[in-house]
Design a protein around this ligand. Structure first.
Ligand code: NAP
Length: 506
């Protein structure tokens, strides 16, 4: 049942506008549907659904969280073919969710939102899309993801490279590496997936490592047809598997937030993995991180080290001095020719919102508000100065130990409850500055002793200018869910929605 019947005549007015059709946007839509809210629309810049799984198409792209956990609780998939699902399968899974939930007609594909601006007088958001159309929405949900803006490295001379340059997130479907001399910059989760996939095809692959990462074995493997059949017949069994993976992941929290000594087992396993796979002591030494395990995302790969040992692959640890037209020059003076430059250099995780996209009360640009000290929100979902805006995967809700889909679902349920509450009250809501401040003081106190802040590494978790951890949730996912288990009117300034041309209310 639409909650805004008097706006039905205006197809450009929405109860809820959702930006992004990835896990977040789709979970949000389903939670709204479950509560009878149907006057929503999802705006998606890409030509298909899936968010990060639509965009990232590099070879080897897969999820390093087991598939039975990395899926939506309301849409179990007994047909996962592997323990760690490949990108194509996750993409197909999300398309299936869209089909099963009848969401296709509510999604505007290929429709980037250029700007959403809070209109205080009308008490709603004014939205302009890339096709020049104007929309209004009582509530705006940003589900654009925390890792959607590629980080281009500031390598001197990058623009001079005469060959092809691609960022891992923009991998062309028809890119062939066969017979080419590939220079790859970066050694994070993305690089660890690309390197083994392209190593055998490339004529030569040079991996430029600024610093190594801790790597654990990846216990991957096929899920057999009989297991899939079992999950189909006994869904409770799949739920049990999901629960056990989730609970096992929660056990990592103490080693990340209380004492890194509790992660000694993981460190030993990573060192054993390295020793077993890399017999050459010189190469091995180059691959041992000098920071505490968990400080950066711990990688899971069983084929990265073997790929580095191929005859046509070289690991270079001298810093890059310059990129030249035909190759890469390192500070030791060596020049290595290349005709394809792959930048697996990550994302602008601490500047997740583009400038000019979200303009709140008094014309504040969210990107500008967050520029100096990094993103900050109340419980990751609401920001003072931005009435009726809710975020999914907002500040300090990414994880170093468990599935973000769990966090997304916690947020989507909260936001859907908030939408229902605001409609019932005929109100708009802006989180109080004091509530946001207190929340963040507590959060930062917890983060101060964590391995992410004190483990001695540089990472995308920390804002480059302020050093503040603006990305991670420092605790159990269950405690996060508890904090969002119901809408908290006392944390918000609730104002009557103006009864203008398209105000909130029955
Ligand atoms: P990343 O972890 O930020 O790694 C970027 C790499 O580029 C690092 O090795 C970094 O070196 C290097 N780099 C950046 N700028 C450089 C420069 N100017 N010169 C030389 N090297 C430079 O990025 P990512 O690998 O794309 O992964 C980002 C996140 O995406 C992951 O942490 C994870 O959350 C997510 N992801 C998940 C999966 C999955 O399976 N679930 C897969 C891929 C990615 P330093 O380390 O020295 O800074």
């Amino acid at each position: 049942m639409p909650l805004h019947p008097r706006n039905d005549a205006d197809p450009r007015h929405l109860g809820v506008a959702i930006l992004g059709a990835g896990f977040g946007g789709l979970a949000m839509a389903v939670e709204l549907q479950r509560r009878g809210v149907t006057d929503f629309r999802i705006f998606e810049a890409a030509d298909g659904v899936g968010g990060t799984w639509w965009v990232n198409r590099y070879p080897g792209c897969a999820c390093d969280v087991p598939a039975h956990l990395y899926s939506l609780s309301f849409a179990p998939n007994p047909d996962w073919s592997r323990r760690f699902a490949p990108r194509d399968e996750i993409q197909a899974y999300l398309e299936r969710v869209v089909g099963e939930r009848g969401l296709a007609e509510r999604i505007e594909l290929g429709c980037r939102v250029e700007q959403a601006r809070w209109d205080a007088a009308a008490g709603h958001w004014r939205i302009e899309d890339a096709h020049g159309r104007d929309w209004t929405a009582d509530v705006l949900v940003s589900a654009i993801g925390g890792l959607s803006r590629p980080a281009w490295p500031d390598l001197p001379g990058l623009h001079r490279f005469a060959g092809q340059v691609i960022h891992s997130q923009q991998w062309p479907d028809d890119l062939a590496v066969e017979g080419r001399r590939v220079a790859l910059v970066g050694t994070g989760a993305t690089a660890a997936q690309i390197v083994p996939e392209i190593a055998s095809a490339a004529a030569q692959l040079v991996v430029y490592q600024r610093s190594p990462n801790w790597i654990l074995p990846r216990p991957d493997g096929p899920i057999r047809p009989w297991q899939q059949a079992l999950y189909r017949r006994a869904p409770w069994l799949q739920k049990l598997v999901r629960l056990s993976i989730w609970a096992g992941s929660e056990l990592r929290v103490p080693g990340l937030t209380w004492s890194n000594r509790l992660a000694a087992g993981h460190r030993a396993l990573a060192l054993w993995h390295l020793k077993r796979q890399v017999p050459d002591p010189v190469l091995r030494k180059q691959l041992v991180p000098d920071f505490a395990i968990g400080c950066r995302r711990v990688l899971r790969s069983s084929d990265y080290y073997p790929a580095l040992m191929r005859d046509n692959v070289e690991l270079v640890t001298s810093p890059i001095r310059a990129i030249e037209a035909d190759g890469v020059v390192t500070t030791d003076g060596l020049r290595r020719p290349a005709d394809l430059l792959v930048l697996a250099t990550g994302f602008r995780a601490t500047s997740p919102v583009p400038e000019g996209l979200l303009i709140g009360r008094d014309g504040i640009d969210l990107a500008t508000a967050w520029a100096e000290a990094g993103p900050e929100a109340w419980r990751g979902v609401a920001v003072h100065g931005f009435p009726n805006l809710f975020l999914l995967m907002g500040p300090n809700t990414a994880l170093g130990h468990n599935s973000v889909v769990y966090m997304i679902e916690s947020q989507a349920r909260f936001v859907a409850d908030a939408v229902v509450e605001l409609n019932a009250r005929g109100a708009t809501a802006e989180v109080r500055a004091a509530a946001q401040r207190q929340d963040n003081e507590r959060l930062q106190r917890k983060l101060a002793g964590s391995v992410w802040n004190a483990g001695g590494c540089r990472s995308w978790y920390l804002h480059p200018a302020s050093g503040r951890n603006a990305t991670l949730w420092p605790g159990f996912t269950l405690s996060y869910r508890n904090r969002l288990r119901r809408f908290l009117p006392e944390a918000f300034e609730l104002s009557p929605a103006p009864r203008g041309d398209a105000g909130t209310g029955p």
